[in-house]
Design a binder for this molecule. Structure first.
Ligand code: GLU
Length: 484
């Protein structure tokens, strides 16, 4: 049974890179009918906060990445908060000492710093010189008697550690480059390596999928598994996400928090699709559009490529538009409602008696909208009778001599139309222009400015049809009397 985990440290919101790591874990669990565990690594008490934990959960929920075990979901290893298992981590350190695989280190930070500095001054690197490995039983007893605090260091054996990374292939680390790393600090605080391995053993994690920045941690962690005679999980290190300038993605490139994208009007469907293709490809063909479930049906770790992935906002916009086009219209209506509410333009009858009309307006606007927030500015004139006129457009299109008279004729003609469908409206508008020796295109511009306030809108005849007789009449009437 495959068991994977996403193990964020709640020292910030869920960022794009973390979300992608979570997604790959989730997809693999779905594909293999395994278990996706969410574990909050909150051991850095100063930098962790409940607010950040909630922020991470919100981000995952928004993306639809539900976890089988973890905060709120519970599970056999609850609570899924690392800081609540420090006793188990400490017990593992004690076990490693008993097994002869770790030892107490009484060196003070000052002693260590002095040796490191001396080595650096001499121009060399430094690793822990195993002073405390050579302590006699009497010295240890004496230190303990004086109450001197001690850290616990892992005894790194000679040799090399090799592992087959599922993304990068075989990786080998020479132990000569590792020092006897601290697993338990002198204040009793377990270090990251100890906690993460203790938790992964306890939670029976079979595959560790995480960012590339953890590659150098992996040999140390493998040594800990081996020393505990615990099965070693498979590792897959996912490449970094870079900005378009090929530098590590950061705030300089735009929003990095996933929920920031939600606030900007992106769909979770688009974000999931976009993130999935940052460093992964489905292999066959050049298909790019996938739903979350479709991804779960085809995802495979072998499709993760080792090269760094570039975060391209225009591509995200494209995915957003594509997924917006595919949403059932009633669903789109639900998604845009908060934006209408925020703009003070929502009316309850848009979900009751005027529901079909509201859907039709959204249908007209959506090919032009890249994000959910764009529906209000694109279609404001449908929802608000106080138009925001573009003065230059008014001067250019409504003030040429004679326009008022033609608008007046159009008003009369429209009143006699048996039907208000776009095709009938088109014949009427063009016919009126012709009858007055006006170019249809010029007249269409004038009518558009009169009824929307702007020079750019969806097709005029669709707009007129959806605005309906009364509103078109009222808007044209103003200009029939005051235009040029
Ligand atoms: N808590 C670690 C982090 O947020 C992840 C540890 C891991 O995946 O092994 O970077």
């Amino acid at each position: 049974m495959l068991r994977v985990r996403f193990a964020p440290s709640p020292t910030g919101y869920l960022h794009v890179g973390g979300a992608r790591t979570a997604l790959f874990n989730w997809l693999l669990a779905q594909r293999q009918q395994g278990v996706f565990v969410l574990r909050i690594e909150d051991t850095d008490l100063e930098r962790s906060s409940d607010e950040m934990v909630e922020g991470i959960l919100d981000g995952l929920r928004w993306l639809g990445l539900d976890w089988h075990e973890g905060p709120a979901a519970g599970g056999p290893h609850a609570p899924y908060f690392q800081a609540q298992h420090l006793e188990r981590h400490r017990a593992m350190a004690a076990d490693l000492v008993r097994r002869g695989r770790a030892y107490a280190c009484y060196c003070t930070p000052e002693e260590i710093t002095a040796k490191r500095t001396a080595a650096e001054v001499a121009g060399g690197g430094w690793k822990y010189d195993r002073t405390c490995r050579r302590l006699s039983a009497e010295q240890i007893a004496a230190f303990n008697a004086e109450g001197r605090p001690h850290a616990v260091r892992f005894l790194v054996p000679d040799g090399t550690t090799r592992f087959d990374d599922l993304v990068h292939g075989p990786i080998e680390f020479d132990h000569a480059n590792l020092d006897d790393f601290v697993i338990l600090r002198s204040d009793g605080q377990p270090t990251y390596h100890l906690s993460v391995v203790s938790d992964d053993i306890e939670m029976q994690i079979t595959h560790v999928i995480r960012g590339d920045d953890h590659i150098s941690n992996t040999p140390k962690q493998i040594l800990l598994y081996e020393a505990m005679d615990a099965p070693i999980p498979r590792f897959a290190h996912v490449p970094l996400i870079l900005g378009p300038d090929k530098k590590r993605l950061s705030k300089r490139h735009g929003a990095t928090s996933v929920m920031e994208y939600a606030r900007q009007g992106y769909l979770p469907e688009a974000m999931v699709n976009f993130l999935s293709l940052l460093g992964w490809s489905p292999g066959s063909g050049d298909r790019e559009l996938f739903t979350r479930d479709e991804l779960a049906g085809v995802f495979d770790v072998s499709g993760i490529n080792g090269g760094n992935a570039v975060f391209n906002q225009e591509k995200l916009d494209w995915f957003n538009q594509q997924h917006m086009m595919r949403l059932p219209i009633a669903e789109l209506a639900t998604r845009v409602k908060p934006w209408f509410e925020q703009a003070g333009l929502w009316r309850d009858d848009y979900s009751t008696s005027r529901r079909e009309w509201f859907f039709a307006v959204l249908e007209l606007l959506r090919p032009r909208a890249k994000r959910l927030d764009e529906f209000v500015p694109l279609g404001r004139f449908f929802f608000d009778d106080t138009l925001d006129f573009d003065e230059r457009a008014v001067a250019k299109h409504l003030y040429p001599a004679g326009i008022g008279e033609v608008l007046q004729a159009l008003l009369v003609a429209l009143d006699h139309l048996p039907s208000y469908d776009p095709a009938t409206l088109e014949v009427c508008v063009r016919g009126t222009a012709d009858a007055h020796g006006l170019k249809a295109s010029a007249f269409i511009h004038a009518v558009r400015v009169a009824v929307t306030g702007r020079t750019v809108s969806p097709g005029l005849f669709d707009v007129l049809s959806l605005l309906g007789r009364d509103r078109v009449r009222a808007r044209l009437d103003v200009w029939a009397r005051s235009a040029g």
